[in-house]
Design a protein around this ligand. Structure first.
Ligand code: IPE
Ligand code: IPE
Ligand code: MG
Ligand code: MG
Ligand code: MG
Length: 291
């Protein structure tokens, strides 16, 4: 199967599962559920759930087992985007090719939709068919990577660094936390759903770290050279908020080199795996992605 066909296949399974899990309000007032679905449906590349499914497949797991974990992670990721766009955070009006959640529903409902998606993610895991042992591992994994020492911690450093000089170490930690953590989580959820053997676990997590770094460097680059139509979100947002990014610290050329380096490091960790073609193509495609 070609990379493109397998990716489309994964997207179909993920989007169908998301439809199955759409939140339903038990009272007449339905704005929060509508806002949750608005941001979740028909949006985004679904990189994280695709990584969860592919990791699970690589370690002999069933895609059906991995799907609820993949959807739960996409809920958390979508919540992080809704909150990231709020006026008190990055103040961005477009996301996934449409008005940001707060532009469509107002700030108060965007806040609640984010909260709703975060809590719903754990309901999805707790109520799925996996064994209790796997479920509790998945809950621990997602709560830690999304939490105050994970993605939220990274967002905190991002806010505290606006308009300030920071050193390279700090920039690396910020990227590792705000974006790397949920990419690592994607891979670890796939490992939990599957049956990894040998040094697979360790190597794939390290792979995810480099991939997450390359992913956020590319995000920084696209904020400068991307097209808002292709990206589905505004460009120039980082400069406007005086954010610390790989481009602001190193310039465009050097940032591109560093994203290549991180991608090569990621690839070197998976080069000896069996059946690795999809993961290699995915990693390579993210280096030059336009959205
Ligand atoms: C955007 O993530 C935020 C970052 C962590 C860089 P994605 O680029 O994966 O956004 P979607 O899910 O495709 O919209
Ligand atoms: C976002 O980083 C990381 C999150 C946890 C959402 P950015 O603020 O650079 O993401 P975009 O560019 O708005 O998608
Ligand atoms: Mg941000
Ligand atoms: Mg942002
Ligand atoms: Mg960005």
């Amino acid at each position: 199967m070609s990379f493109q066909v397998q990716y489309e296949d994964y997207l179909k399974s993920i989007n169908e599962k998301i439809e199955e899990y759409l939140p339903i309000s038990d009272h007449k007032e339905n704005i929060v559920c509508e806002a949750m679905a608005y941001s979740l449906v028909n949006g985004g590349k679904r990189i994280r759930p695709v990584l969860t499914l592919e990791t699970c497949r690589l370690c002999a797991g069933s895609i059906e087992d991995a799907l609820p974990l993949a959807v739960a992670l996409e809920c958390v990721h979508t919540y992080s985007l809704i909150h990231d766009d709020l006026p008190c955070m990055d103040n961005d009006d477009m996301r996934r090719g449409k008005p940001s959640c707060h532009k469509k529903f107002g700030e108060e409902y965007a806040l609640l939709a984010g909260d709703g998606l975060l809590t719903y993610a754990f309901e999805i895991i707790a109520s799925c068919k996996l064994s209790n042992e796997k479920k509790s591992k998945a809950v621990l994994c997602l709560s830690r990577y999304a939490g105050f020492n994970g993605m939220i911690g990274g967002q905190e450093i991002d806010l505290l660094s606006e308009g300030k000089e920071i050193d390279f170490e700090k920039l690396k930690i910020m990227h590792k936390k705000k974006t790397g953590c949920l990419i690592r989580c994607a891979v670890e959820l796939g490992l939990i759903a599957g049956n990894p053997e040998g040094d697979f676990y360790e190597k794939l997590l390290l792979f995810a770290d480099y991939l997450g770094l390359a992913f956020q460097i590319r995000d920084d680059i696209l904020d400068v050279i991307g097209s808002p139509e292709e990206l589905g979100k505004p460009i120039g947002s980082d400069k406007q908020s005086d954010k610390r990014t790989y481009v602001s610290m190193f310039g465009l050329e050097e940032a591109i080199l560093l994203s290549k380096q991180a991608t090569e490091n990621a690839l070197s960790l998976i080069k000896n795996f069996n059946d690795n073609e999809f993961l290699i193509s995915l990693t390579e495609s993210l280096l030059t992605r336009k959205n």
